[in-house]
Write a protein that binds this ligand. Structure first.
Ligand SMILES: NC(=O)c1ccc[n+]([C@@H]2O[C@H](COP(=O)([O-])OP(=O)(O)OC[C@H]3O[C@@H](n4cnc5c(N)ncnc54)[C@H](OP(=O)(O)O)[C@@H]3O)[C@@H](O)[C@H]2O)c1
Length: 258
């Protein structure tokens, strides 16, 4: 098994942007990146919440700044580009973590509206956050990423975006059938493949990851994985060495089926 462990790699001098970083897995990803020495830009749609997280990272000796970033708002995305360009002139790590689940109250509850009844608003809003936003943000920030000598993009997807799992009655995700969420993550996976293949042969590495079923507001109380554990896969693919993969879909070291 390849060793993609982050533990001994220092991120000193690196600049990382984490979206949806005011709670859940995004906070923990931010903490770990800061602990590894990166300057972490904590992105959240509520600036005050981002400031609280960034202050906490600095209180623990990390380097961090706060950014108001509703990923669905073009003006916020453009302002993010301007702010990062002015302050750092480059971006080394982009974690597209912000996400929503509208089909059901949490990840442990089957969608009350099955695919034949999913509301257009659920599909539309979910795709805005989970699919269009990471595409637009990545496209916009690509010139800054390309100023890094080892740019890494992690798209926080889900095993529920795996067509192989959705169609396998033996898969734990098979009975859930959350049309909005599941298809938005499948589409995010397709974006990951297409842009990674476009940029293959350049230093950038872009991968989709599944964090596990994590005990956050989205994951719900039945989720078996702690938030700390839930950040591990994102960190691993944010800190890949030159020999690491691109255009893949992973949970820890395991390559997941599309
Ligand atoms: N938890 C799991 O079991 C699980 C499993 C597979 C994949 N994932 C994925 O992991 C990622 C993180 O999920 P989580 O479990 O940490 O969920 P969470 O606790 O519900 O947190 C979601 C985060 O996304 C942010 N967000 C939502 N809409 C946004 C927008 N328009 N602009 C900016 N930020 C926005 C939220 O910000 P606010 O605080 O402003 O609402 C929040 O910080 C998501 O992409 C999710 O799909 C989670």
């Amino acid at each position: 098994m390849a060793d993609y462990e982050a533990s001994n790699r220092s991120l000193s001098g690196k600049v990382a942007l984490v979206t949806g970083a005011a709670r859940g897995i995004g906070v923990e990803i931010s903490r770990k990146l800061a602990a590894l020495g990166a300057h972490v830009i904590v992105g959240a749609r509520d600036l005050k919440k981002a400031q609280v997280v960034a202050a906490g990272l600095r209180a623990h000796g990390g380097e961090a700044s706060a950014l108001k970033l509703d990923v669905t708002r073009e003006e916020d995305r453009k302002a993010a580009y301007e702010a990062i360009a002015a302050a750092h002139g480059k971006l080394d790590i982009l974690i597209n973590n912000a996400g929503i689940l509208l089909d059901s109250p949490d990840g442990g509850t089957p969608a009350p509206r099955q695919p034949s009844q999913t509301l257009p608003s659920v599909l539309g809003e979910t795709f805005e956050v989970n699919f269009f936003a990471p595409i637009f943000l990545t496209q916009l920030l690509l010139p800054l990423l390309q100023r890094s000598d080892a740019p890494r993009v992690v798209n926080v997807s889900s095993i529920r975006g795996s067509l192989a799992h959705l169609s396998d009655p033996a898969s734990p995700v098979y009975p859930v059938r959350a049309l909005g969420y599941d298809t938005s993550k499948a589409a995010l996976n397709a974006f990951t493949i297409l842009i990674a293949e476009e940029l293959r042969g350049t230093p950038i590495k872009i991968n989709a990851i599944h964090p596990g079923w994590v005990k956050t507001e989205m994951g719900g109380g039945q989720a078996p994985v702690s938030i700390e554990e839930g950040a591990r896969t994102a960190i691993r693919y944010a800190t890949l060495g030159e020999d690491g993969p691109t255009g893949g879909f992973f949970f820890l070291d395991e390559r997941l089926p599309w």
